[in-house]
Design a protein around this ligand. Structure first.
Ligand code: GLU
Length: 315
């Protein structure tokens, strides 16, 4: 498989885009994330034979944060089927911040708007297969490990830092509980949610996940079915409509790649193989300076440039 650009070109693009890190800041509301180096920018593309192209700060690991939400959603869909999951959480964008309580309060929808906002993600975390919080988290981490064939670890510092400052998420979980939408107690559901946000990942591991999503749940490297194509289709729809917080519309318009970002500065992107482009790619980006929408500032600009140069848009 050939990448449409050389390593030198990608290095050049990374260095060009690194200046955009000044357009944001590290996530200040989680002390352990606030300490990340805001000037970092790294990218890794993975092709269907496991071939890789990378540039910038690639020797990094960071926590999944909101990126975990799309994987926990895939996990519960795979376990219980789409119909059951969609009874508990909808697939509508909100136009509000990811941790806002407003859509719930105003519309009283009867279920969270989508699994990529915190209310929906906490609901989904509580649904994960397993008889205890430990088992649910363990099942999720093993599910993610089944994508990449490697063991993953929790970043204890980030987890503790989040747990001590998760006031808004706690409020959301209480709201869900009051609305009879939470299958667990507040602290149990929060614990799983905050742990999944604190799983450490590398660019290579993240790109592999993106590649499997791009190939509809079938790992093109091992040929293994990791999850069903129906679930993959819905995951990509959610990534396009809600994956980049409130900038999802602009991202779809200017980048056009199904993607999910997290406040640690990571972006998971899945470029599906389709008519005008035979090859699909998984792309992982890390740059911890995030913009007002919560997306990696330089990471978004780099993906935009890459997509427009090489026609990665699915639209
Ligand atoms: N743990 C973070 C939170 O719930 C995740 C947010 C994100 O990445 O958007 O606040």
């Amino acid at each position: 498989m050939r990448f449409p650009l050389s390593t030198d070109q990608l290095v050049h693009m990374v260095e060009e885009n690194r200046s955009h890190t000044i357009l944001g800041n590290t996530a200040q509301y989680i002390p352990a994330l606030a300490n990340q180096d805001p000037n970092q920018l790294g990218i890794l593309l993975m092709g269907a034979q496991g071939d890789m192209l990378m540039a910038g700060d690639t020797d990094v690991s960071f926590t999944l944060q909101s990126i975990s939400k799309i994987i926990s959603f895939i996990s519960v869909c795979q376990e219980y089927g789409l119909e059951h999951v969609l009874e508990k959480v909808d697939v509508e964008p909100t136009g509000e911040a990811f941790n806002s309580i407003i859509p719930f309060e105003i519309h009283r929808p009867g279920k969270p708007f989508n699994p990529l906002i915190n209310a929906g993600a906490i609901t989904v975390s509580a649904m994960l297969p397993g008889n205890s919080t430990d088992e649910k988290f363990q099942n999720l981490i093993e599910f993610i490990e089944s994508f990449i064939g490697e063991q993953l670890e929790l970043d204890e510092d980030v987890y503790i830092s989040e747990k001590e400052t998760a006031h808004r998420n706690r409020a959301l979980a209480y709201y869900l509980k009051e609305s009879n939408l939470l299958e667990l107690e507040v602290e149990e559901a929060l614990d799983i949610y905050l742990k999944q946000c604190s799983i450490n990942i590398t660019l290579k591991q993240l790109a592999r996940i993106g590649l499997i999503i791009a190939y509809n749940g079938k790992d093109p490297i091992t040929k293994k079915d990791v999850f069903s194509s129906d679930v993959a289709r819905l995951a990509k729809v959610l990534m396009v409509t809600c994956g980049m917080y409130n900038a999802s519309g602009k991202f779809a318009a200017h980048v056009g790649i199904p993607a999910k970002s997290g406040v640690s500065g990571g972006i998971l992107a899945a470029v599906p193989p389709q008519c005008h482009r035979e090859a699909g790619y998984g792309i992982a980006v890390y740059s911890p300076s995030i913009d007002v929408s919560g997306n990696s500032a330089a990471g978004t600009m780099l993906l935009k440039q890459l997509s427009s140069m090489f026609n990665f848009s699915i639209f």
